[in-house]
Design a protein around this ligand. Sequence first.
Ligand code: IPE
Ligand code: IPE
Ligand code: MG
Length: 247
Amino acid sequence: MALFNIFKKEKTAGAAVPQHIAIIMDGNGRWAKKRGLPRSAGHAVGAETFRTIATYCKDIGVKYFTVYAFSTENWKRPQDEVNALMDLFRKYLVEAAETMAEKNIAVRVLGDLSVLPEDIQALIRDCDKIADQLEDPAVACLCINYGGRDEIKNAVRAIAQKVQEGALTPEDISEQTITQHLYTAGMPDPDLIIRPSGEIRISNFLLWQSAYAEYYFTDILWPDFKPEDLDRAIEEFHRRSRRFGGV
Ligand code: IPE
Ligand code: IPE
Ligand code: MG
């Protein structure tokens, strides 16, 4: 308990928190099912959890916070569930545009946005414009229509295009070239990736960027996830020894 308090104190001082935390927000459907509610009700509560945890991350000094909100595979779901999720994105993006400057949080959306409804694309552009003006903000990334393989495929295409145009030679292509062509260009890799809901898999999330991430799995369903659960994940993160292949 004493140790925990010391950690809390450090945390409030902004020390020793991971620079980039990513979360696979999973378990909304099961949370709703347990209560006899439609899956969309789980997503609505999950969206509230996202707001709470994003604010908490900013408060404890986490610079980058990335969440998986909708995968390239999630289009397989029933149309009414997809529509409910799109409505939640609309609602959140409107709110983000209104509050980003005051909170100094840059909200960014990562993924293949070209197939999203046009009005959502316009809301994302609005957020980008505001985010571009912020000075040294905390960054909250919402991954929508995101797939790690799709992201790498798009990066390869963009690089191949540059080679074809003569702007790059194949020998010029380094790991950094690939990193710079991902949606996360300019961001540090995630230090800690959390997956709630009891599933122990990555489901196509941040495949390239997670090369040396620490994973944390918990059975808690995302709508039940609390700031204390994030504290527990960060505590566990501090017990890990990251060697990056060294000794
Ligand atoms: C995560 O919750 C949200 C999305 C994938 C959009 P799920 O909807 O996958 O919840 P479960 O896994 O069915 O419980
Ligand atoms: C991963 O959850 C995607 C998001 C949280 C957005 P899924 O519920 O889609 O993953 P699987 O199908 O269980 O692997
Ligand atoms: Mg799921």
